[in-house]
Design a protein around this ligand. Structure first.
Ligand code: ZN
Length: 137
C-alpha cells in the first residue's frame, strides 16, 4: 500500500495525486532500457552491426553488396533499440553502399562496352587479305 510522502495519507494504487494534500504521487518506477536487456528486446547489437556493415560497404568497395545489405537489414532491426540514430546511419550507409555497387557494376558494363566497341574491325582486315590473295592469284 502507498502512503503520501508528505502527509502520510493513504493513497489509492492508481492515484496520481494525494487526496488530502494534493501532492503528486511519484510515478511508478520507469525501467530504463539498459544494456543488460536481452538483444531481442533491445537490439543494440543490430544497430552497431548495421553501423559497422554500413561503414564496411563504403570502405570496401570490392565487396560492397554483402555488408550494405546486412547494414540495411540490421539497421531495420536496430531501429527498435535505443541506438536508433546508429541504426539510421547503418541504413543510410548501407543504401549508399548498394548504390555504389550498382554504380560500380554499371561502370564496368560501360567500360566493357567501350572496350568491345573499340576492338579492331576484322572485316576490313579480311577484305584486305582477300584483296591480297586476289592479286597473288
Ligand atoms: Zn498528502
Amino acid at each position: 500500500m502507498a502512503y503520501c510522502s508528505k502527509c502520510h495519507a493513504f493513497l489509492d494504487n492508481d492515484a496520481c495525486f494525494c487526496k488530502v494534500c494534493g501532492l503528486p504521487v511519484s510515478a511508478p518506477p520507469v525501467y530504463t532500457v539498459s544494456p543488460m536487456v536481452s538483444g531481442v528486446e533491445n537490439p543494440q547489437w543490430a544497430a552497431i552491426t548495421a553501423l559497422v556493415c554500413g561503414i564496411l560497404s563504403i570502405v570496401l568497395p570490392c565487396i560492397p553488396l554483402v555488408p550494405a545489405v546486412l547494414g540495411i537489414i540490421f539497421g531495420i532491426i536496430g531501429l527498435k533499440s535505443t541506438q536508433k540514430p546508429m541504426s539510421i546511419v547503418g541504413i543510410v550507409l548501407g543504401s549508399i553502399g548498394v548504390l555504389l555497387f550498382i554504380l560500380v557494376v554499371l561502370y564496368y558494363i560501360f567500360v566493357v562496352a567501350i572496350i568491345m566497341g573499340s576492338m579492331p574491325d576484322f572485316s576490313g582486315d579480311y577484305s584486305d587479305v582477300a584483296l591480297a590473295l586476289r592479286t597473288l592469284v
